[in-house]
Design a protein around this ligand. Sequence first.
Ligand SMILES: Nc1nc2c(c(=O)[nH]1)N[C@H]1C(S)=C(S)[C@@H](COP(=O)(O)OP(=O)(O)OC[C@H]3O[C@@H](n4cnc5c(=O)[nH]c(N)nc54)[C@H](O)[C@@H]3O)O[C@H]1N2
Ligand SMILES: Nc1nc2c(c(=O)[nH]1)N[C@H]1C(S)=C(S)[C@@H](COP(=O)(O)OP(=O)(O)OC[C@H]3O[C@@H](n4cnc5c(=O)[nH]c(N)nc54)[C@H](O)[C@@H]3O)O[C@H]1N2
Ligand code: SF4
Ligand SMILES: [Mo]
Length: 686
Amino acid sequence: MTAATTTTARSVCPFDCPDTCSLSVTIEDGRITAIDGDSEHPVTQGAICNKVRHLHERVYHPERLQYPMRRKAGAGKGTLDGFERISWDEAYELMTARMRHTIREHGAEAILPYSFYGNMGILNAEGMDRRFFHRLGASRLDRAICNAAGSAGYRYTMGGSFGIDPEDTVHSKLILVWGCNIVSTNMHQVVYATEARKRGARIVHIDVHRNRTSAWADEFIAVLPGTDTALALGLMHVLIKEGLTDKKFLAAHTVGYEELAAKAAEYTPERVSGITGVPADKIVALAREYGAVSPSFIRIGNGLQHHDNGGMAIRTIACLPALTGQWSILGGGAIKGNSGYSELNNDGLERPDLLPDPNVRTINMNQLGDALLDAEPPVRILFVYNSNPASVAPDQNRVRQGLMRDDLFTVVHDLFLTDTCRYADLVLPATSHFENPDLYASYWHLYMQLHEPVIETIGECKSNFTLFRELALRMGFEPELFDLTEEEMIREALDCPSNPSLAGITYEKLAAEGWAKLNLGGSLSAVPGRLPTSSGKIELYSEAMKLAGLPPVPEYEPIAKEEEPLPFLLVTGPNHSFINSTFGNQSRLAKLEKRPALHMNDADAETLGVRTGDRVIVRNGRGEVRIAVKAGADVLPGVLVTQGLWWEEGNEGVQAINTLTSQRLADMGGGATFFSTRVEVTKGSC
Ligand SMILES: Nc1nc2c(c(=O)[nH]1)N[C@H]1C(S)=C(S)[C@@H](COP(=O)(O)OP(=O)(O)OC[C@H]3O[C@@H](n4cnc5c(=O)[nH]c(N)nc54)[C@H](O)[C@@H]3O)O[C@H]1N2
Ligand SMILES: Nc1nc2c(c(=O)[nH]1)N[C@H]1C(S)=C(S)[C@@H](COP(=O)(O)OP(=O)(O)OC[C@H]3O[C@@H](n4cnc5c(=O)[nH]c(N)nc54)[C@H](O)[C@@H]3O)O[C@H]1N2
Ligand code: SF4
Ligand SMILES: [Mo]
């Protein structure tokens, strides 16, 4: 018997998480046996979350898909029964024949890709796939399910996704964690903030839910959902009235201060208190602290922008650091996202110029239900990869009704039989990221990372890159555009002279060192000087918003006006142990989360006559969900919170929470409104 060979290799965490950790993987005889944080990576610093520490259980999970399967003739949709194994040749034959027929009869617009960031690798999330669908002429997908409203809002103020370097936040003295559950969703920001706290910083968490991040912060401020624009204007009111602004910074680096000040004057602490549920004296105290303490840092989260008014909320909060001149101080400023710095040669990678008809329709991924049921011409082929729409998309009854259509041919490429696979005609096995080369950028820290495969491909799995490359060649598309290696495409992606932050980041450097830090040219951030707003300055007044029919200065607009007038607002955010619906089928992690729970204020529980553990029916015009109550003081009266996108498969009695959410779009960017959901609650019988 020969001794086992044990090696370690470097990898990158591929999930949709701001930390984009560098991983150190132990491999014994070709199998991953342990996963750790890379201790050499400047941000990861050897620490990773519990989810990914056990990622090899997912890679070698007994239920992992290993070969293509098709739904047998006559087997109805809506179940995971009735699949039969086929070869890749047969799968390609099925897809190409179906696509050719559909294009001939109905046009390529009848084909719709549906993908998100199950794997954040540039090649596997927005490389070969996008190029393929552009060349095909398929309907375009507006991938607005995550941060679209907030990014659009932030862009109006700051010109793009430009914040400060998170490594600098150790210098902050006051940290506002605003609508962001960083203990669960951005653990290395917690590491930096904890270091800042050791050096004297105070941490304030502003949220609708007293959660893990509130327990860790020094102070928790509970707001009513969707009222943060008013809160930010209330803070500005006090800052301006009490002369706590930085007039020099405002004059040099902003436009529209006078207009903003006039608007903020309307938002007295008393009025804002009435809107937000935050006591007036707390608003005044926070404003005075924000005006006095420097450097101060705001971590702006995604929770704020999954609302009807989410774009405006983030646009408004993004004005605060400018009022106090924080951008010019080390450790001062904000981060909503930093993807502006890692902008690649997307046009070269995705090739939108290949679209036969540049005016082909675009379907917003938040409105999949309507698209499948009502779009004209109808969607006839749906191609799902890197996403699980039967769990994550809003208005599930409509989504699933659409997916049930007999005349819809649905392909799902995934690692597991997700809830979406219940509706698939063809299921294709995907590799894990450990099996593929790719390039990773973080939307929070500033390191680009190159990934080399650390294990052999499992079973007959194929990466998204390989799948779309081979499909293109079988469709007879130009080999010079599609018969490429990963390395060739990564080199293309990095070739982006218009982005100064990529200066010096070459394939060779990444291959030799594993990662490279984006180059801010010696500045603390893109502020001042590099902001791509039309004025080149921070826009407190935005002409671009006026042109788009939006209020040009921040203004509070209540949420959920189009909803039925039901008594509760329901916020359904992510949980600690899953990433969206990913990991929901892994027993170790699902057990830690126990069961879905509905957080409710004690006063509401008493009025309804329910106690912790009782099952209730939560309903609105879109559907109903049965769930157990957790009564307490974690939410304000009138607010309900439940966390996690749970799998129905394997979880008796669990229903997709997105049954209750709406396809309505937010004020900006076509964003989702998951958290602006009105519901009523009745006592359940079971
Ligand atoms: N563990 C874990 N990590 C993840 C994910 C996951 O599912 N699990 N998902 C990843 C993805 S895709 C994303 S987009 C990010 C999301 O991570 P975050 O940016 O943290 O966003 P959310 O968790 O959606 O919401 C953050 C907080 O906003 C609160 N909130 C909701 N509405 C409001 C409001 O109106 N005002 C205020 N002030 N707060 C509000 C919620 O209660 C929640 O605590 O996390 C990523 N990381
Ligand atoms: N109610 C409610 N709904 C929400 C949210 C919420 O907070 N509340 N959050 C929203 C947000 S912020 C987001 S980002 C979306 C996320 O929505 P999705 O991007 O759909 O997220 P996941 O549920 O993680 O599904 C990703 C799928 O991709 C698969 N996958 C992973 N790697 C690969 C690969 O390399 N190839 C292929 N083909 N598949 C792969 C995984 O196995 C998984 O099934 O959900 C949104 N939905
Ligand atoms: S999920 Fe986030 S915190 Fe966990 S290892 Fe991946 S990048 Fe790091
Ligand atoms: Mo997201």
